[in-house]
Design a protein around this ligand. Structure first.
Ligand SMILES: Nc1ncnc2c1ncn2[C@@H]1O[C@H](COP(=O)(O)OP(=O)(O)OP(=O)(O)O)[C@@H](O)[C@H]1O
Ligand SMILES: [Mg+2]
Length: 321
């Protein structure tokens, strides 16, 4: 655990009850994930679709109730928090959602959407203060204050996501959890929205969890990266370390899959093989073993724990390193 961590997630487990072919099953969406976010840093969480990234984010902000584990915010466990400590956490840890179309209530004017967290928590002392805060926040995300009276259907995807960001920064939080904030947007506006997020991070001294399935985007944004596979973090280190010298075989596969503009730099014969195994039939031992080029008997038998490797704070969960 990093002592200066503002957010510290330990052994988080989340399962969902689902019906499949008429029978009840439990899906282990998060299976013992641990990560820590240092004050002021951007930590990327990367991993393929369905590995549990969104569920980790939703658990941290209290939208999903984990089966077990702890979520420490400034040293206090916030799972099951009530009253004042729950309110403090709700205002300080906020989420920007992947889909700006689905995350805004179509019947609610933009200004009311932006003020929602403040309204629920009695943050505004007067209507004038509320209006001024909404206008200042809209301006901060690059929208004209007149947007306060508009409705989501009148906005473009990029404008909607700016509203989604505005919702997450009024009142100013300590941590923003950005869940694939640009992947639903046109390529032409993705860079603008990413730049906006980075500017706000700087201006508001935010710490950030930046969730993406795209290691290329994470590489531009985050100072450290946590790589997630089937509900667990398998490697966490500085972004350059991960991109230049990935250690875990799964991280190596992800790095090899980053599109390279120069064809001569493309890696031939990517390491990645096969589809991810089903969450309904988790492999015993290391969940990556069935796809791993260096798996041994031990990998099938024992789950590898995260351990420190090297000197730069890297942690990796692999028996063969
Ligand atoms: N409310 C839910 N009910 C049932 N299953 C769920 C629920 N939420 C998530 N899951 C399942 O949990 C697993 C992890 O989902 P999650 O959305 O956290 O993955 P993800 O890494 O964010 O994927 P993506 O990159 O596609 O957004 C998936 O198998 C998903 O189907
Ligand atoms: Mg997701």
């Amino acid at each position: 655990m990093r002592s200066e961590a503002i957010l510290d997630v330990r052994d988080l487990k989340v399962s969902f009850g689902v019906r499949r072919a008429g029978r009840k099953h439990r899906v282990q969406a998060v299976d013992g994930a641990s990560l820590s976010l240092a004050e002021g840093e951007v930590l990327g969480i990367v991993g393929e679709s369905g590995c549990g990234k969104t569920t980790v984010g939703r658990s941290i902000v209290g939208l999903v109730r984990p089966d077990s584990g702890t979520v420490g915010f400034k040293g206090a466990d916030v799972i099951g928090a009530r009253g004042a400590s729950l309110r403090k956490m709700r205002l300080n840890v906020r989420m920007v959602f992947q889909d700006p179309y689905a995350s805004l209530n179509p019947r609610r004017a933009v200004g009311d959407a932006v003020a929602e967290a403040g309204d629920i928590n009695g943050f505004f002392k007067s209507r004038a203060e509320r209006r001024a805060a909404i206008e200042a926040t809209l301006t901060a995300v690059g929208l004209d204050p007149s947007f306060a009276a508009r409705y989501p259907y009148e906005l473009s995807g990029g404008q909607r996501q700016r509203v989604g960001i505005a919702r997450a920064i009024l009142p100013t939080p300590s941590i923003v959890i950005a869940d694939e904030p640009v992947s639903a947007l046109d390529v032409s506006v993705q860079a603008q929205v990413l730049n906006l997020m980075m500017d706000l991070r700087e201006q508001l001294s935010l710490s950030m969890l930046f969730i993406s399935h795209d290691l290329g985007v994470i590489g531009r944004i985050s100072s450290r990266v946590a790589v997630m596979y089937m509900g667990r973090i398998v490697e966490q280190a500085g972004t350059r370390t991960v991109l230049d010298h990935p250690l875990h075989p799964y991280t190596q596969a992800l790095v090899a899959a980053i599109p390279k503009p120069d064809p001569s730099k493309r890696i031939q014969g990517a390491i990645e093989t096969g589809e991810p195994p089903s969450l309904f039939r988790r492999p015993s031992g290391c969940a990556y073993a069935p796809r791993c080029p260096i798996a041994s008997d031990r990998c099938v038998a024992d789950v590898p724990e995260l351990r420190s490797v090297g000197t730069d704070g890297r942690i990796v969960a692999c028996h063969n390193l």
